[in-house]
Unconditional design. Sequence first.
Length: 475
Amino acid sequence: MGKYEAIIGLEVHAQLLTKSKMFCACSTEFGGAPNTQVCPVCLGLPGALPVVNEKAVEYAVRMGLATNSKIAKNSVFARKNYFYPDCPKNYQISQYDTPLCSDGALYVGGRRIGIARIHLEEDAGKLIHCEDDNCSLVDMNRCGVPLVEVVSEPDIRTPEEASEYLQKLRSILRYLEICDGNMEEGSLRCDVNVSVRQEGSEWFGTRTEIKNLNSFKAVEQALHYEIGRQERILLEGGRVEHETLLWDSETGEARIMRSKEEAHDYRYFPEPDLLVLEVPGALMKRAKSAIPELPDAKEDRFVRDYNLPRYDAQVLTGSREIAGYFEAVEKALGDPKQASNWIMGEVLRELNERKIDISKFSVSAEDLADLIALQKSGKINMPTAKEIFREMVGTGGRAEKIIASKGLEQISNEKEIEQIVLKVLDAYPDEVSSYHAGKVKLLAFFIGQVMRETRGRTDPQKTASILKAVLEERR
Ligand code: ADP
Ligand code: MG
Ligand code: ZN
C-alpha cells in the first residue's frame, strides 16, 4: 500500500477596512453597543435598496492586483439564499459565477499556490448565546460589513504550507491596508478543505471542509487531525463522506456539523436590486497606485541590497512596519546583519510578550541603532546591552543616559582588569593550585568570578587572556 498525500484548499474571508458597510452607510466600527449600527438596508426591511460601496470595490481590486489576478471589467452580485437568525434578509449578497477577480496566485516557499477567485460579499450578524443556554440574542451590527473571500486552488499539500499560505495572505492584506488581519477578533477567518489520496494518483478524493479556525495553529492542528482521520478511514477500506466539520480547539477534535451543502442548495441567482458591477478606469488606476512594494519584492530586495540571509529577509518583511523599522535602524547604524539580529531577537520578543504593534513600541529606530553602535564599539558588552535594551523598553530612555547613570560602561582598560584578576586569584588559592596541577577548565570559573566582581562589565576576551598570562606568571 503506497503512501497518502493530502490535497488542501483554503477559503479565507477578510473584513475590509472601509468606514461604512458594503451596501449602506452604517458604520463598520467594531465593538459598538448591539444593534446600534443598523438601518433598513442592512436589516433587510422591505423596499430598502442596496448601493455598492466604491471603496470596498477598490480594496478588492487592490487584492486582485497584488495576487496577479484577472480583474473582471464586469462582474455580477448574486443572492446566496439561506435561512439563519444572523441573516435578516434570508440571503447574503455575494458573487457567484462572475467574481470580481480570478486566476491569481501567491507564493509560499517558492511554490505557486493558485487563487481561483476573489469576490466581494457582505458579512452576517453575530449570535450571542446566553450563559444558561436558554436563549440566543442577535447583534446585527456586523450585518453588511464588506468582506473579500479569497478561494485558493487545491494546490496546498501540507498543514504547514496551509499555515504559511494564510500568513502570506494576511501579510499582503495588511501591506495593502485593506484588512487588519486580526484572527482573534474575526476580521480574518479561514475554512479549510482537505482530501487525501494515494501518492501519485491523478484523482482527488472526497473532501471535507473544516470551519471555525481562528489561529494559524488551529489551521495546522485541524488539518493534521483531519488528514489522520481520513487516512484511517481509507486504510480500513471505508469511504470519506463529503461533510462540513467544526473545529474545537479546546479538545483538539473536529465535530461533524452537517453533511456538505451543494451550490444548488443556495439557489444562487443574480441580485435583481443591483446593476452589473463595472470597474471604472479611474478606480482601477487608484487601486494600482495604492499598491506598495509587496512582501516578496521587499524580501528579494533585502537579500540583494542588505546581503541578509533569506530567512531574516522573510521574517523582517512579514510586516510592512517591521520592515520599515529595520530599514530605519540599518540606515542609522550601517550594519544590516546586526540590525536584523536585534530586531528578530530582542525587538520581536518584546512585541510578542507585550502583544503590541511596532508602531506603539517605545524604542525608536535611532535609539536602537545608538545602542547597537555602543555595543559594537566595545563600550558595553552584549549582556549589558541587552539589559539596557530592556530598560529602554520600560522607560523609553536613551542608551547613553542609562549607561552613565548606572555605571554600566565596559571595563576595557587592561590595567583595571588586571587589578580585578589579581584580587580574584588571591581569593581562590586552592583553585589556582588545581589549575596549575592541570585542571585548566577552572579558567572558566575564574572568568566567572571576574564577571561577578564587575557585574559583567569586563570584556570577556581580554579577561581571559589577562587571566591566562597572570596564571602563567604564578606557576
Ligand atoms: P464550494 O463552492 O463547494 O465551497 P469550491 O469549488 O469553491 O467548492 O472549492 C472550495 C475549496 O475547496 C477551494 O479552496 C478548493 O481549492 C478546495 N477543493 C476543491 N476540491 C478539493 C479536493 N478534492 N480536496 C481538497 N480541497 C479541494
Ligand atoms: Mg465555497
Ligand atoms: Zn445599514
